[in-house]
Design a binder for this molecule. Sequence first.
Ligand SMILES: NC(=O)c1ccc[n+]([C@@H]2O[C@H](COP(=O)([O-])OP(=O)(O)OC[C@H]3O[C@@H](n4cnc5c(N)ncnc54)[C@H](OP(=O)(O)O)[C@@H]3O)[C@@H](O)[C@H]2O)c1
Length: 262
Amino acid sequence: MASVYIAGAGGRVGRAAAAQAGAVGLDVAASPDAAAAWLIALPRTVVEADLAHWTTARDVAVVDLSGAFKARGVGSYALLADDRRVWSGEPVGAGRLFANPGCIAGAVIAGLAHSGLRAHVTGGVHVTAVTAGSAAKASTRGTVRTGHLWWTHPHVAEIEQALGLACASFVPVVDYGLTTGIVATISGTASAEALALPADAGDAIDVAQVQHTAAVRWHRRVRAHPTLGVTFTLVVALDNLVFPAANAVAVAAAWLTARGRR
Ligand SMILES: NC(=O)c1ccc[n+]([C@@H]2O[C@H](COP(=O)([O-])OP(=O)(O)OC[C@H]3O[C@@H](n4cnc5c(N)ncnc54)[C@H](OP(=O)(O)O)[C@@H]3O)[C@@H](O)[C@H]2O)c1
């Protein structure tokens, strides 16, 4: 059986990745030397402190969930476009180093793509994301509070680079009463062509429907406003731990298959 090594396997994302690996028939190796693919679920600063260790390894795929590869411009942006291609359209097997999507950015980027709105947005997107306490640093506590980073949040750069759209606003809100899950609201203005889309479409949104799953649920509304023009609001829900973990495992599995290693 093909094996993956998970750096940070004992953490929240690491445990979700191990469960996802098991679900697709990948063994989780105790040692990096015994694995053909590595998943990094460590704090970003820990990865950045020894980036060469993770990037110059031997013939293994490395999927970074920490954000370090994105921050340093390493590898392919590995939000899966389908089961064989990363976001750029490049086949998974063509690369070796992969920057996994963040949870909030993943919700915004995948939501705009899945809902059909991506091609119609005309200005910057406004993003407000309510995340479970498990999306915040394990050391932080609270009730329902705003995150500390707004425009400087690393997910802003991720959204802007992946979509080619400016983030007009970005407000992360942490709900410590919620164990897992994200509900992100994205809004802005759109071209007149967006009016051809059904004005009210998509899924009912309740975070309970995505908890412990890799699913992305979205609900889209579009309207012609008398002074603002065409405006849209999109609400997206996913599990902040399982969605990125499942994506990373799917990238590793696709790479192993493409390279004939499983
Ligand atoms: N939480 C989310 O929603 C989410 C979503 C997507 C991506 N991420 C990213 O995924 C990474 C892990 O997040 P997490 O929420 O799983 O964090 P976590 O629960 O705090 O887990 C961090 C893991 O890293 C290990 N670790 C910490 N410092 C280390 C060091 N100096 N050397 C070796 N191992 C060390 C921890 O081991 P010990 O417990 O033994 O210290 C633990 O296994 C972060 O970069 C985060 O930004 C998080």
